[in-house]
Write a protein that binds this ligand. Structure first.
Ligand SMILES: N[C@@H](CCC(=O)N[C@@H](CS)C(=O)NCC(=O)O)C(=O)O
Length: 211
């Protein structure tokens, strides 16, 4: 059993998509970041950085040490679950690293830059410099994705954790000042990924189902 500490945000949804895709048994714990629950001492024991998502794998990572594994950072969670299940990362080593490369592109680029675009574009105090800087950077990243997806069905090889990581961020395209029609290759990929039942379920995260 895995405990998932999350909220209905892009990073939170990444972990839940993977748990759903793998059919793993998990309990949903909502950390309401609009009420500051991510900063409470009980949650900081799980993630000293005070951010969602985080997981506790009660079975541990296997091997001689079977103590529960506590993990934060959504990219680390996706990699851990891929290794645990043997699912959603290519077996071939070169292909595996290329999929990991796109996961890191999300962790270091798409997530932080789209996040800043959301912040500045939706802030009560409109700061023109911030809006311009992060809208421009978000659109540049959309262009990189569109160029790549022109020649690739998914981010690399078959559908993988790289797709799961990027999808929830692209789902906020309107917050980034983007219309899907402007990036037809991302649109095609976006519709294919969004049609997966696991993705649809995580995107419609049901707070009432939480433990
Ligand atoms: N790099 C971290 C980022 C986590 C993160 O920033 N999570 C946001 C929600 S998407 C959060 O917890 N925000 C609460 C806050 O800013 O206090 C990851 O990928 O897990």
């Amino acid at each position: 059993m895995i405990d998932l500490y999350t909220y209905r945000t892009s990073n939170g949804r990444k972990a839940q998509i993977m748990l759903e895709e793998c059919g793993l048994d998990y309990a949903l714990h909502i950390v309401d970041i609009t009420r500051g629950e991510q900063g409470e001492p009980a949650f900081r024991i799980i993630n000293p950085n005070g951010r969602i998502p985080a997981i506790v794998d009660r079975e541990g990572a296997g091997g001689p040490d079977s103590a529960p594994l506590v993990l934060f950072e959504s990219g680390a969670i996706l990699l851990y679950l891929a290794q645990k299940t043997g699912l959603f990362l290519p077996e071939d080593e070169k292909d595996r690293w290329r999929a990991v490369q796109w996961l890191m592109f999300q962790m270091g680029g798409v997530g932080p830059m789209f996040g800043q675009a959301h912040h500045f574009r939706r802030a009560q105090t409109q700061v023109e410099y911030g809006i311009k800087r992060y809208t421009t950077e978000a659109r540049r990243l959309w262009g990189v994705l569109d160029g790549h997806l022109a020649g690739s069905e998914f981010m690399h090889g078959d559908y993988s954790i790289a797709d799961m990581a990027i999808y929830p961020w692209t789902a906020r395209y309107d917050w980034q000042g983007v219309a899907l029609e402007e990036f037809p290759n991302v649109k095609r990929w976006f519709e294919a990924v969004g049609a997966r039942p696991a993705v649809a379920k995580a995107m419609a995260i049901n707070l009432a189902e939480a433990a």
